[in-house]
Design a protein around this ligand. Structure first.
Ligand code: SF4
Ligand code: SF4
Length: 325
């Protein structure tokens, strides 16, 4: 009997990406995340089911969606077209006739083989630039069977593989992904467990435990790097990167960054550590999903402040600290 082909729920396959690992890459955004960071830059990837994004500015009022929707979620009230989100079950039918692209479905099911075919379209660019494929999200670990299969198929096709993960999940599932992963980029938002729960809705202890195991139980050839943009590396040269998104009111103090850096410095073979400043580019995504944007009042950290935080990380024992642009 043939094994069932795993399917994955994906919001976006982004080609020619240059910020998600070395070289030119294709980044796959998987849908579903165990954290609920209120500043999340990809809120459309948080829920593990298809969701409709509505961009009212693009709507031309043709009412095709009203005719297509079987749930009455697209309707006309007092002569005006309205979207009743609670009735929507994310089937995506209305998006098929919305030529203005005011309605966009976040989340489509792919088989691993179907995705591989798409990913291999850019193999010449990966080969020329030292790039490859990055599984991001959302959280690749939440769809572990699918992620593992995609990573395996990529490696077998000679493509460098990377994952961006929050590392919250069962170790055996994470270990399954690591088998086929050349580069791991993992975030630590806060070291204090209560503060981490308040900011993300989840504890940090199991995350730290998984990161420690990744660093210490690595197979031969693994190199541990604490965060950053990394140079082009070849398939088989496995690395672990630890990153911190710097978010005002959450962790933008020397004490918070210093505590994380001290943990990173305790990992074997730490080479560098990266701070990633919060930005507000996701505000429109929150509106399109009907979600409150709780980071609206925050401002991105200033360059001078990031320099102070980087210095705090160095004082905590990480020799090479970098700040993402
Ligand atoms: S199909 Fe699209 S453009 Fe037409 S009314 Fe619906 S949302 Fe607006
Ligand atoms: S996604 Fe489906 S249920 Fe939701 S509004 Fe569109 S057609 Fe209706």
């Amino acid at each position: 009997m043939q094994a069932e082909t795993p399917q994955g729920l994906i919001t976006n396959v982004q080609r020619f990406s240059i910020h998600d690992g070395p070289g030119i890459r294709t980044t796959v955004f998987l849908k579903g995340c165990p954290l609920r960071c209120f500043w999340c830059h990809n809120p459309e990837t948080q829920r593990a089911e298809p969701e409709l994004e509505f961009f009212p500015d693009r709507c031309i009022g043709c009412q095709e969606c009203v005719r297509r929707c079987p749930e009455g979620a697209q309707a006309v009230e007092d002569g005006r077209r309205v979207y009743r989100r609670p009735r929507c079950r994310g089937c995506g039918r209305c998006t098929e006739t919305c030529y203005a692209e005011a309605l966009v479905l976040a989340g489509r099911w792919w088989t691993a083989e179907e995705l591989l075919e798409e990913l291999l379209r850019d193999k010449p660019f990966y080969d020329q630039s030292g790039g490859g494929v990055t599984l991001s999200g959302g959280e690749p670990l939440l769809q572990a069977r699918f992620s593992e299969r995609v990573l395996q198929l990529c490696q077998e096709a000679g493509v460098h593989t990377a994952i961006e993960t929050c590392a919250l999940g069962q170790w055996d599932r994470l270990a399954g992904l690591l088998r086929w992963t050349d580069l791991v980029m993992v975030d630590i938002k806060l070291l204090d467990d209560a503060a981490h729960r308040a900011a993300t809705g989840a504890p940090v202890r199991p995350i730290l435990e998984n990161i420690r195991r990744m660093a210490e139980d690595r197979p031969p050839g693994w190199d541990v790097i604490a965060s950053g943009l990394c140079e082009a590396i070849s398939v088989g040269d496995r690395r672990l990167i630890v990153r911190t998104p710097v978010v005002p009111t959450v962790n933008d103090t020397p004490a918070a960054i210093g505590a994380i850096a001290a943990f990173v410095a305790g990992l074997p073979k730490v080479q560098y550590y990266e701070l990633m400043p919060f930005h507000k580019l996701a505000a429109g995504k929150y509106r399109s999903l009907g979600l409150e944007y709780r980071a609206a009042a925050l401002e991105p950290p200033a360059r001078e402040q990031l320099a102070v935080l980087a210095e705090a990380a160095r004082r905590a024992g990480v020799a090479d600290v970098r700040v993402a642009s």
